[in-house]
Design a protein around this ligand. Structure first.
Ligand SMILES: Nc1nc2c(c(=O)[nH]1)N[C@H]1C(S)=C(S)[C@@H](COP(=O)(O)O)O[C@H]1N2
Ligand SMILES: [Mo]
Length: 253
């Protein structure tokens, strides 16, 4: 196939995969291969066109969606999560470890005591809906600087409490991003939504906002942040719960 036809085919395949529901993924090796190639292209093109720190659009309070839809896990049943929830997350600790000089263990009070940032942005789900909300939290870059990334660190992994099948031993949600997105000025760990404490359906007590990427990259119910050199050893090796099921790793919008 010549390059142009391949690109057209890959774009069509990617488009088809993107409109399918989050839980419906094609597993044909050719499709997965095409997705991976198209994805590398998307990431390289976006990195070329956009400056490192290009901002996602922001909106006004009046634009906030009255009914922001919760999606994916909305009520995790893992026993460790239920115990923390029962105590109002007073015993919650966010662990930051992996390839860092100084591992961190932070309570919600610790997180709230750090400089907060708010942003009103549009969330874009692969299923085809969007919603606008105001998110408040701490910049991920600030926590990474506090922990001190070792030179080998290349990706940041988010380990979550929820298993989509709601089984105690089920595979828990996870995601990963590169250091450019991790250090992006709009990448925050949010503990509030629309001025209120983050609710369980939207990822309490802490979720990621990585504004230049699509919905499934925004890990909810974060329990641990790990700096790694490679994510090949995690889950199915593709860097995230949905990526392991065929979705693209770099889901820039
Ligand atoms: N831990 C976890 N994070 C997750 C999910 C999930 O199921 N579990 N779903 C993802 C998807 S597909 C979307 S669209 C958003 C939904 O966020 P919301 O519930 O606030 O709308 O969370 C993302 N992060
Ligand atoms: Mo989504």
């Amino acid at each position: 196939m010549n390059r142009r036809r391949w690109l057209t085919g890959a774009a069509a395949t990617l488009g088809a995969a993107l409109v399918s529901a989050c839980d419906r993924v094609t597993n044909a090796p050719s499709v997965r291969q095409a997705l991976r190639m198209a994805e590398g292209l998307t990431r390289r093109v976006q990195r070329l066109i956009l400056p490192r720190e290009a901002l996602a659009p922001t909106y006004d309070r009046a634009d906030i969606s009255p009914d922001f839809r919760p999606n994916g896990s909305i009520d995790p049943q893992a026993s460790d999560y239920l115990a923390l929830k029962a105590g109002g997350f007073a015993d919650y600790r966010l662990v930051v470890d992996g390839l860092v000089e100084r591992p961190l263990s932070l309570s919600l009070a610790d997180l709230r005591a750090r400089p907060a940032q708010s942003q009103i942005t549009k969330h874009d789900c692969v299923e085809g809906w969007t919603s606008i909300a105001e998110w408040t939290g701490v910049r991920l870059a600030a926590l990474l600087d506090e922990a001190g990334l070792k030179p080998q660190a290349r990706y940041i992994v988010f380990h979550c409490f929820d298993a989509l099948d709601q089984r105690e031993d089920g595979e828990r949600y996870y995601e990963s991003i590169d250091l450019i997105d991790a250090r992006h000025p709009q990448t925050i760990l949010a503990w509030a939504m629309n001025g209120r404490t983050l609710a369980v359906p939207h990822g309490a007590p802490l979720r990621l906002r990585v504004e230049r990427q699509i919905g499934y990259k925004h890990a909810k119910y974060i329990r641990r942040i790990e700096a790694v050199e490679s994510f090949a050893h995690l889950g199915g090796g593709r860097g995230g719960y949905w990526e392991d099921r065929g979705y693209e790793w770099y889901a820039g919008i």
